[in-house]
Design a binder for this molecule. Structure first.
Ligand code: BG6
Length: 311
């Protein structure tokens, strides 16, 4: 039945908690950047199993966003129930109509992404990001986001299918790179800002689909320990589209290559700065920062798929 929240209901919310697991948790973490940027809403990310047992702090103006593709993940369902017991306004973002979480939330947004056939959540992730962006615009318009700024973001969302299509058109280049690194037994994915959860999602896809040990890390965090694991056998995938902080991520790429680790960059097409510090580059279309997770994650999904095929 939709959000069932009027603009004044939206305006009364002072804090958002996202509760989810796995891929949905990473989509929710992308949402954190959108809620904070578009609506100035402090947003906490909660792994659902942690949330349900830790006696969370819920205020009367807290909105809990439960994200679950299947709508049946037990930890997320129990997190919904705990949030309700403590008086939160709970929204569900689910893909399966009629699922338990959707029914118990009684308000929210269905993805209509079509059924996810495998365990790995792919189109659900991109649709979750799109829905979270729409929610962030709705909350923002009940605050300081102007009609013009809201309209610009809606226009950018309408261009998302073109971005996904452009990423899919790189399939052959991605396949070649995937085959080159398919023998690896360990892999890191790096990103900063909104690309950090996208890096974690790329690592999860590689784990789930190709059974390679893969870890997602903040680009700046790698040097605080894990960099000791890098050598020529450990490829590092870096999500580094042309966004603020790119130059810092390029420095992290140099740190990886200094230890002999091959660097695969997911970059904005034509970015010579990034290309100069990568062994391989997957070029993606330029776009607004808030929709950049979508072409990048499509490339990560294809990378994981073709690595798995090669193995
Ligand atoms: C895990 C799957 O079991 O559940 C992940 O392996 C998925 O791919 C996670 O993201 C959460 O599932 P859901 O349906 O709650 O989004």
């Amino acid at each position: 039945s939709g959000l069932r929240m009027s603009p004044s209901d939206l305006a009364r919310i002072e804090r958002i908690i996202v509760a989810a697991c796995g891929t949905s948790l990473y989509a929710g973490t992308v949402g954190k950047y959108l809620f904070e940027e578009f609506a100035d809403l402090p947003t906490d990310i909660e792994q659902a199993a942690e949330f349900r047992y830790r006696n969370p702090i819920i205020q009367r103006d807290t909105c809990m966003v439960a994200i679950s593709q299947s709508g049946e993940t037990a930890d997320t369902l129990e997190a919904v129930r705990e949030g309700m017991r403590k008086g939160a306004t709970v929204l569900g973002i689910c893909n399966v109509v009629g699922s338990t979480i959707a029914r118990e939330c009684a308000r929210g947004v269905f993805l209509h992404a079509g059924p996810e056939i495998g365990v790995a959540s792919t189109k659900a992730f991109t649709c979750q990001v799109a829905v979270l962006a729409m929610l962030a615009i709705a909350f923002g318009r009940a605050r300081r986001l102007s009609m013009d700024e809201g309209a610009k973001r809606v226009a950018a969302l309408r261009r998302v299918p073109d971005l996904a299509r452009a990423a899919l058109e790189r399939e052959d280049a991605i396949r070649k790179i995937a085959e080159k690194y398919a023998h690896a037994e360990h892999c890191f994915f790096l990103g900063r800002g909104i690309m950090m959860p996208v890096a974690c999602e790329g690592a999860l896809k590689l784990k789930e689909i190709s059974y390679i040990h893969a870890e997602g890390y903040h680009a700046a965090e790698l040097k605080h320990g894990p960099i000791a694991l890098l050598d020529s056998t450990v490829p590092v995938v870096v999500a580094v589209p042309d966004l603020p902080g790119k130059i810092k991520t390029i420095a992290n790429m140099q740190e990886c290559r200094a230890r002999g680790a091959p660097v695969i960059a997911l970059a904005t097409e034509g970015d010579a700065e990034v290309r100069a510090h990568a062994d391989d580059v997957i070029e993606l279309p330029p776009c607004e920062a808030f929709v950049s997770p979508i072409p990048v994650v499509v490339a990560e999904q294809l990378f994981a798929y073709y690595v798995a095929r090669a193995r």
